[in-house]
Design a protein around this ligand. Sequence first.
Ligand code: GLU
Length: 407
Amino acid sequence: MNNPFENAKKQLDLAASIAQFDPNFIERLKFPDRYVEVSIPVMMDNGEQEIFTGFRSQHNNALGPYKGGTRYFEQVNLDEIRALSFWMTFKNAVVNIPFGGGKGGIIFNPKKVSKAELERITRGYIQKIFHLIGPEIDCPGPDVGAGSEIMDWIMDEYSRLSGKKQLAASTGKTLPNGGSNGREEATGFGGGVILREVLSKNLISSERKTIAIQGFGNVGSYLAESVRELGWKIVALSDSKGGIYNENGIDLTKAETHKKKTGALRGLPDSKDISNEELLELDIDVLVPAALENVFTALNAPKVKAKMIFEMANGPTTPEADEIFNKNNKIVIPDILANSGGVATSYFEWYQNIHNEKWTTGEVLDKLHKLMSQAFADVYSIQQKYKTTFRKAAYILALERIKEKML
Ligand code: GLU
């Protein structure tokens, strides 16, 4: 069994081993500052009580308030949440925003409860962690299974309990409730910026310009849009129910309509149904995991034929798989760089809330573009200096920034 938190700490050790950092400093980062498990009793629509389990992990706040998403998923567990909070610390440092790392989650499937139940679960969760969060302390954002409406309830419940309206108590909200223009597409858009920067360095030869995306949720679908603008062919897509393949390229609009209508990508006319495993082993240029962690392990990594792995999910590659990718000369663009556009725009939302401003989509995406390009340039210069992987370079960059504030 792959424990994401153990994997995260291994990544840190591997990066720290090639640069000169005080071992005590590195050791401290292996422990979240604090994490809690809470029980959330909720009266369900049928009149019966159910107790849900939730978590919040606050990893490090040297750079600013803890910041990170909220995951609503049946398989959520404490080690996963601790790992995700850890990655947030590094991600926020890489993209250079004044936030530390945090993450939360509740064990349940949000698709299996009613809207009223979803609201009660969310408000119950905030009541249990209220004393630990706040705009200047720890600011929850969206993640798998928890979108804008849930972020509205978090902000509202926090405001209610604190006795004053506090828009900056969460990010990823709907527009009328203090959300930011551009937040919805931000993670995918930011990934597109990084992909462009990477391709401009000619690290892979790519005459065919083929790409496959595992995961077609918020992140995967907006990344697909950016890729389309680049003139690349998306030959395969998948969701939790399976994948589709078309060597001439999948028509995104048709795929979206089909998924809305049938609830799945499979069965899209003109394309072949494939399994998620088959998608990972396709002979293509770029492979994008955009779902969950532990997708690549020692077992399937040797079978990956793509030249580049572009991590839009958090933690999709175990350290063992990473080693295999390096041996096989694959370029891996790490999660803490590739998917940082989401939280970067959460920072813009938080900033607008605090300063009572409203920026246009153009302004937000323009700022995001600059921030992402700079993050890539910063990682790239370290990668060149140490002649190492992009993952280790991103960690070293983050460590330098955190160290400066922590010591
Ligand atoms: N869930 C996103 C991430 O993993 C963003 C969280 C946020 O905006 O706070 O980066």
